[in-house]
Design a protein around this ligand. Structure first.
Ligand SMILES: C[S@@+](CC[C@H](N)C(=O)[O-])C[C@H]1O[C@@H](n2cnc3c(N)ncnc32)[C@H](O)[C@@H]1O
Length: 347
């Protein structure tokens, strides 16, 4: 932030404080040059000791004028109201001391008006107030802000008097008794309520739920005393207790795709095929692909891919152990490549 700015006479002016000490400008050089280019900088002579010196100033216009948010937010309701609102929404006092949703909304509004699509991360989600506020603000100003809310599945014990309401609430929902279930249920109800209250809002009021887990791909750990059995057990690299969507989202993570990309599912030649990001990634995790289905499956995938016409290269992924033999896999790959799907992989 310490650099020379050229005054109208072409001389270098440094940010030297009134006492002669080296100070700093408010903007870095790039920011200053942008302001100069946009005509926001003007120079004025100001007294310095017995003489005068050129000094730069920033123009501010009334139109689009932003003002520093007042530090006093006495117009917002406090935690008591927040607890009442949450009890009204969930029908029971299932979470003590939630933050007021309006407060979080106000914080989100401090950001420049123009930004309505940023990502908000709350590592201590609790009852989900942050996510609630993001959805509410989007419905209000047609924004597309997104949230990542992290909440431990803290167990709720019905024997514990402070947790009884919350535990019973989860039981009534038929859900496991943990805090994350409260968060999820709140967001389901908020989404529904906002949709009803804002029928014109076309934005997304949904959310996806993920849980941290070990990879779906079995690590190779041979039992030297039982190698044949280990080999047999590792024909399919994918853990048997995992679902297709578990594997699908690990693929998204590994391929650096956003976890909120749209995912479509279609049955092609009797196999479930997923298209992620409108055909950027096509995944078939079927456990068995018979040789006789290969052609119909490949042509069906190629046709679907063509219809989605994704920009850029697409990747097609299969389960390696699904193929009766390498011939079937090679045939399928060849047909896909004939239709421009060069990047065919198997897990
Ligand atoms: C003070 S509460 C947050 C309340 C929230 N702002 C609301 O309005 O509902 C903090 C929450 O963080 C959760 N938590 C604490 N440590 C955590 C961690 N390491 N990872 C995820 N959640 C955590 C706790 O379970 C608790 O629900």
């Amino acid at each position: 932030m310490f650099y020379a700015a050229k005054d109208p006479d072409g001389n270098d002016v440094f940010p030297i404080g009134p006492g002669g000490y080296e100070s700093r400008w408010r903007f870095d050089r790039k920011g200053y040059e942008r302001l100069v280019a946009e005509g926001y900088i003007f120079w004025k002579k100001r007294p310095r000791g017995d003489s005068e010196e050129w000094w730069p100033y920033v123009k501010t216009y009334l139109e689009g004028q932003t003002k520093r948010p007042s530090p006093l937010w006495d117009d917002l309701a406090g935690s008591k109201k927040a607890s009442i609102d949450l009890r009204d929404l969930l029908g029971d006092s299932v979470f003590s001391n939630p933050k007021p949703a309006d407060l979080i909304e106000r914080i989100l509004q401090i950001l420049p008006e123009s930004q309505k699509d940023f990502l908000v991360v709350d590592f201590f989600g609790g009852s989900g107030t942050t996510a609630h506020s993001v959805m509410a603000l989007n419905a209000k100003d047609n924004g597309s802000r997104r949230f990542v809310v992290v909440q431990l599945p803290e167990l709720l014990n019905p024997e514990n008097k402070d947790q009884k309401f919350a535990a019973d609430f989860c039981s009534k929902l038929g859900k496991p008794r943990n805090l994350a279930e409260i968060t999820k249920e709140r967001l389901r109800r908020v989404g529904k309520k906002l949709r009803e209250a804002n029928p014109m809002f076309a934005g997304d009021l949904g959310f996806r739920v993920f849980k941290l887990a070990s990879s779906n791909i079995q690590a190779w750990s041979p039992d030297r005393n039982n190698l044949a059995e280990t080999l047999e057990a590792s024909v399919d690299h994918l853990k048997t207790d995992r679902t297709e969507s578990d594997i699908l989202f690990e693929l998204l993570l590994k391929l650096g795709l956003d976890l909120t990309v749209p995912i479509e599912k279609k049955s092609i030649a009797g196999q479930d095929v997923h298209s992620i990001g409108a055909g950027t990634l096509i995944v078939c995790l079927s456990k068995i692909i018979a040789a006789k289905e290969v052609e119909a499956l490949a042509l069906g995938i190629a046709e679907w891919h063509k219809a989605q016409a994704p920009s850029g290269e697409s990747t097609v992924v299969f389960r390696d152990s699904a193929f009766a033999d390498d011939v079937a896999k090679t045939n399928l790959t060849a047909i896909l490549q004939q239709h421009g799907l060069e990047n065919v992989r198997s897990l």
